[in-house]
Ligand binder design. Structure first.
Ligand code: ZN
Length: 275
């Protein structure tokens, strides 16, 4: 099991690796922890591990299913969030998920469902979820993301394995922030104005550096923020918004084991294919 991009949380990584080697991954996990603890990244990596067709350690990050999970386009992976930003998943959504679970996987052996903010579902939605956990088809797997596992009914918790994440320690936050802003500024400037080769060079110098997944995500968030600010300040809007979209795609890919040089390659290809 390759979970090297999740910072810290060694116990959980060991636990999952042992499980995968032994009886195999479970069909239902609750992934809990505060924002920034890597819940979404872990959910995506587990989904990739379940759908990966590579040989050796999973997720391999290179096979077609891994790539599709990374880009958020794998037909056997669904992500359910509330109907509106900040709203919990409704009972109707869980029922729809249940109906969908019975349609066999399109491409792989399994069907993986990620549920966002599962601890905020009301009791009817949680009871519908419980039924699905108890009676769902054997190929279906459920990853429930929760801020606080205590918000889930005991009956739901008893059907899942809990993975309680803690945020990794980040030393010298002030200095790290400044450095990140400077690097993000360099990349944002190149994305706004540079030619292809120049951009490739700038992207490689910023991205092709060994750093934790959290740090890479924070850096890409900062790049997206700076690009948005440049667009608002009257820069080349079409090019800047295209760059924001690409950087956000990259941020999703950063959850898996993709190298900095692959990321910079994608970024440049994406920029110049569109212009
Ligand atoms: Zn793979």
């Amino acid at each position: 099991m390759n979970l090297s991009t999740l910072a810290g949380n060694e116990k959980i990584k060991d636990q999952l690796a042992r499980q995968e080697r032994g009886r195999g991954l479970s069909h239902a996990y609750i992934i809990s922890g505060p924002p920034g603890s890597g819940r979404h990244a872990l959910a995506r990596q587990l989904a990739a591990a379940m759908l990966c067709t590579g040989t050796g350690e999973r997720p391999c990050g290179r096979c077609v299913p891994c790539q599709k999970v990374m880009k958020g386009i794998h037909p056997d992976l669904s992500v359910t969030a509330g109907p509106e930003e900040g709203k919990p998943i409704t009972v109707d959504q869980v029922r729809a998920l249940r109906a969908d679970a019975y349609i066999r996987p399109n491409e792989g052996e399994r069907k993986v469902c990620i549920l966002e903010g599962a601890d905020r579902m009301n009791a009817p939605a949680q009871n519908a979820m419980l039924k699905l956990l108890e009676e769902g088809p054997p190929y279906a797997a459920f990853l429930l993301i929760a801020g606080n596992a205590g918000g889930l009914l005991q009956t739901v918790r008893s059907r899942c394995e809990e993975l309680a994440l803690t945020p990794a320690e980040v030393p010298e936050a002030g200095e790290a922030d400044q450095q990140r802003q400077a690097l993000a500024g360099k990349l944002a400037a190149a994305l706004e104005r540079a030619g292809e080769l120049e951009l490739l060079e700038a992207a490689a110098s910023v991205l092709d550096v060994k750093r934790s997944r959290e740090e890479l995500s924070a850096l890409l968030d900062e790049v997206a923020d700076q690009l948005t600010a440049r667009a608002a300040a009257g820069g080349d809007r079409r090019r800047l918004l295209r760059a924001v979209k690409l950087v956000k795609e990259l941020r999703r890919a950063a959850g898996l084991n993709v190298s900095g040089s692959q990321l910079s390659g994608w970024l440049c290809a994406g920029m110049f294919e569109a212009l």
